[in-house]
Design a protein around this ligand. Structure first.
Ligand code: PLP
Ligand code: TYF
Length: 398
């Protein structure tokens, strides 16, 4: 049966973990995968999460099936994070939200539903994008192409090219947009640019799919929601995937959500019924724990405040590592301008390191980065940053 099965390629990012884990050097550093580590190099278990989990464990809840769409208290909390507590969109009942298995699960449910809704459409992802975007939408049966995004010369967004690219797309084209903290480049649009982009989507009748995997990691929960809120004001229909893997440090619990903005309450009910059908034939209904914990935190004012503070702590730690890495590269006499490190947002930086330089970092120093030159700043800490700065300085000087 399996004699002719070929070995599938590894995920370029998750595959790095395996190589890192197998490395026996004690000073090795994993700047590959996008995970937030604290200054001790550990994945934090947030205090707000601990408190919610303790209360949940003490209550010993029964483990019945959840509704297909997940926990209502969770889905409502997600909507408020995306659109604001007093959103008119929410008051009008235009949004449906379903709990999903992480941001990936939300993208998958959205992609499968879109394939039923718009079977002849194409999907456009940013150039470059998170590799799984392409794989997910291709797996749902869509042809996937790219729209212009990153400009290696400025280390920012080539907005003119982006606008021109989107301006050529046919009505009904699905465009996947990173709502904030673009992965892999760290280069985001500004508010005025988002406004223009919303206008283009409206004029060309594109179908926006916002991927919100890092809400709170750039400027804060509210500020980072500028894209979904501008789209909300436009009157357009669109999709949003949310992930709480990073913002709640709940990676393995698989907590995410898919929200779909429709024209009205009655339409939302019909769309929800179709999305539920997609879920039922995938995994029936989501697991209980992660969503219950996130809902408990978001719906309790004291825990919510604690989470806001802990999220700010994570955001500030990444910022501090950005400034520190830049300063340390300058101290080491690196001529190349690395000031973009402090301008890019979120966990990642597209460093401009070549594949050969990344290879040297791994071979000579045990420092793992993605071959595209993407590094995860959240893996730096006060103990490994000098070593990393030394190594980068060495490889860029030749
Ligand atoms: N979208 C982007 C842009 C991401 O970087 C990630 C990272 O994990 C995801 C989606 C998936 O999130 P999750 O881990 O919750 O599935
Ligand atoms: O880009 C990253 O590193 C994170 C984690 O298939 C990740 O988003 C990477 C690859 C993948 C799933 C998650």
């Amino acid at each position: 049966l399996f004699a002719a099965v070929e070995m599938a390629p590894r995920d370029p990012i998750l595959g790095l973990n395996e190589a890192y884990n197998a490395d026996t050097r004690s000073n090795k550093v994993n700047l590959g995968v996008g995970v937030f580590f604290d200054d001790d190099g550990k994945i934090p278990l947030l205090r707000a999460v601990q408190a919610a989990e303790k209360a949940r464990l003490a209550a010993m809840p029964a483990r019945g099936y959840q509704p297909i769409e997940g926990l209502a208290a969770y889905n409502q909390a997600v909507q408020k994070l995306l659109f604001g507590a007093d959103s008119q969109l929410l008051a009008a009942g235009r949004v449906l939200t379903v709990e999903a298995l992480g941001g990936t699960g939300a993208l998958k449910v959205g992609a499968d539903y879109l394939k039923r809704l718009l079977p002849g459409s194409k999907v456009y992802i940013s150039d470059p994008s998170w590799e799984n975007h392409r794989a997910l939408f291709e797996a749902a049966g869509f042809p996937v192409e790219t729209y212009p995004y990153y400009d290696a010369a400025t280390r920012g967004v080539n907005f003119a090219a982006l606008k021109a690219g989107l301006g050529e797309l046919p009505a009904g084209a699905i465009i996947v947009l990173h709502a904030c903290c673009h992965n892999p480049t760290g280069a985001d649009l500004g508010v005025a640019q988002w406004r223009e982009l919303v206008d283009i989507c409206a004029a060309r009748r594109l179908v926006p799919f916002l991927d919100m995997a890092y809400q709170g990691f750039a400027d804060g929960v509210e500020a980072d929601a500028v894209a979904p809120r501008l789209f909300a004001d436009s009157g357009l229909s669109f999709f949003v995937s949310s992930s709480f893997s990073k913002s709640f440090s709940l990676y393995g619990e698989r907590v995410g959500a898919l929200s779909i903005v429709t024209a009205g309450k009655e339409e939302a009910a019909r769309v929800l019924s179709q999305v539920k059908r997609v879920i039922r034939t995938n995994y029936s209904n989501p697991p209980t724990h992660g969503g219950a914990v996130v809902a408990a935190v978001l719906n309790d004012p004291a825990l919510r405040q604690q989470w806001d503070e802990e999220l700010a702590g994570m955001r500030e730690r990444i910022r501090a590592m950005r400034s520190s890495l830049l300063a340390k590269l300058q101290e080491r006499g690196v001529q190349q301008d690395f000031s973009f490190i402090t301008q890019q947002r979120g966990m990642f930086s597209y460093t401009g390191l070549t594949a050969a330089q990344v290879e040297r970092l791994k071979d000579e120093f045990g420092i793992y980065a993605v071959s595209t030159g993407r590094i995860c700043l959240a893996a730096l800490n006060t103990r490994n940053i000098d070593y990393v700065a030394d190594a980068i300085a060495t490889v860029v000087k030749g």
